[in-house]
Design a binder for this molecule. Structure first.
Ligand SMILES: [Fe+2]
Ligand SMILES: [Fe+2]
Length: 401
């Protein structure tokens, strides 16, 4: 696991110089992943790493081997794998909240969670202000160019997850929701959907390894704890409160806590379920790969019509596209591009910025190709920019709770 990486101390010093940047190695505590490529390097992460006995800390770069793909494999290894996010940014791909806006929002969510740890009542003003602020920012984003975020912060997962779910839901479903007031209610519910986790023992909440059955049972109580925090709040709408209580219910009645079925769930509840699972699958990991997006999409497709409401899944998938913004793709002429915009009437024919020519040379000036207009060009396949960690890392130790 330690091959080709500097000693722990050297690696920590290297990471310390990169605060605000994205990590490009896997970090393990014993054999448990605690951070990985794509995680944002924060003071909190460094603090945590420096408190761990160096004997127990491991760093690993699991390099993708070029394989049989010839130059595509070489490009993946040479340019794309560690730098894919930067290459996409350089080419002006995607719209998302700024890193600062996301961090600021996550900090505020953290304050709200921490206040709930000791209090029994919630300050709705702070939450409504934050939801309003996020919605203002989201409203200025072009939904067809909405990029699934790359910001990862494993340490403060729950807070970032709350912000992510809120941004996903309000961006992808805003055209479905008729009034500004309803959108704010959705935003508040999504921001707070996991607020009950503030009542869960931190030892269980932050446990890096697999949860025992008993610990899972405790974790599952977060929906009821959360609802108890808000149920007597007269200012919060019942719609927002129900998202907290019902986001783990499933359309087929197989969810928890009450085993409600589709007819008993609101549209908001079902939007929350889909956005929650999607974000959990794509972020509740120490590594960030496009494979995770494909895996998350297949979970939604498989669950459509049983676990999840079909209309909600279809709309969600139309929003993120067959090839989400930011996906690197190989074209039939050998060029490599990155998806910059979804064509909502032709999900397999997005707009691309072409970054590498057919010889594998990075173009100084990427150009734009609209596959809907240029029908002689098509996507041969999306390029898997995933790292290839050992199977034990690929296994998700805990399903989303
Ligand atoms: Fe939850
Ligand atoms: Fe959640």
């Amino acid at each position: 696991m330690n091959q080709d990486v500097p000693a722990v101390q050297e690696q920590l010093e290297l990471i310390a110089k990169q605060i605000g940047q994205l990590l490009d190695v896997h970090v393990y505590l014993d054999d448990q992943p605690i951070a990985g490529p794509g995680s944002t390097i924060t003071e909190a992460l460094l603090d945590r790493l420096s408190q761990i006995d160096p004997q127990r800390l491991h760093f690993s770069k699991e390099d993708l081997t070029p394989g049989e793909d010839g130059f595509v494999g070489e490009i993946l290894t040479k340019y794309l794998k560690p730098n894919a996010a930067q290459i996409a940014i350089d080419a002006g791909i995607g719209q998302d909240l700024s890193v600062e806006a996301r961090e600021m929002a996550a900090r505020k969510v953290k304050d709200i969670f921490e206040s709930c740890r000791y209090l029994t009542k919630l300050d709705l003003n702070a939450i409504a202000d934050l939801a309003g602020e996020l919605l203002d920012r989201v409203a200025s984003l072009d939904a067809a160019a909405f990029k699934l975020h790359d910001l990862r912060n494993y340490d403060e997962y729950t807070y970032y997850h709350s912000v992510n779910v809120c941004v996903l839901g309000t961006t992808l479903f805003r055209e479905y929701i008729s009034s500004e007031a309803d959108l704010i209610e959705l935003g508040i519910g999504l921001l707070l959907h996991d607020i009950g986790k503030s009542k869960i023992d931190l030892k269980i909440l932050n446990k890096p390894g697999r949860l025992t059955d008993d610990e899972f049972a405790v974790m599952r109580r977060h929906v009821v704890y959360g609802y108890n925090l808000v149920k007597n709040n007269d200012e919060m709408s019942q719609m927002s409160k129900d998202i907290i209580l019902n986001h783990h219910e499933r359309a087929n009645g197989m969810g928890y806590t009450r085993g409600l079925t589709e007819g008993q769930l609101s549209f908001f509840d079902m939007v929350a379920a889909v956005c929650d699972v999607f974000d959990a699958v794509t972020t509740d990991r120490v590594y960030r790969t496009k494979m995770d997006v494909h895996r998350a999409v297949s979970i939604l497709i498989r669950g459509s019509g049983n676990q999840f409401n079909t209309k909600v899944v279809n709309h969600f998938l139309r929003g993120i596209g067959r090839f989400p913004v930011g996906t690197f793709v190989l074209l039939n002429n050998g060029e490599i591009g990155v998806v910059s915009r979804i064509n909502s009437n032709a999900l397999s024919l997005p707009v691309l910025r072409v970054i590498f020519d057919a010889e594998g040379t990075r173009m100084p000036q990427p150009h734009t190709v609209d596959l809907y207009e240029q029908r002689e060009l098509y996507i041969d396949r999306p390029l898997d920019l995933s790292y290839s960690p050992a199977q034990h890392v690929l296994e998700d130790p805990n399903p989303p709770v």
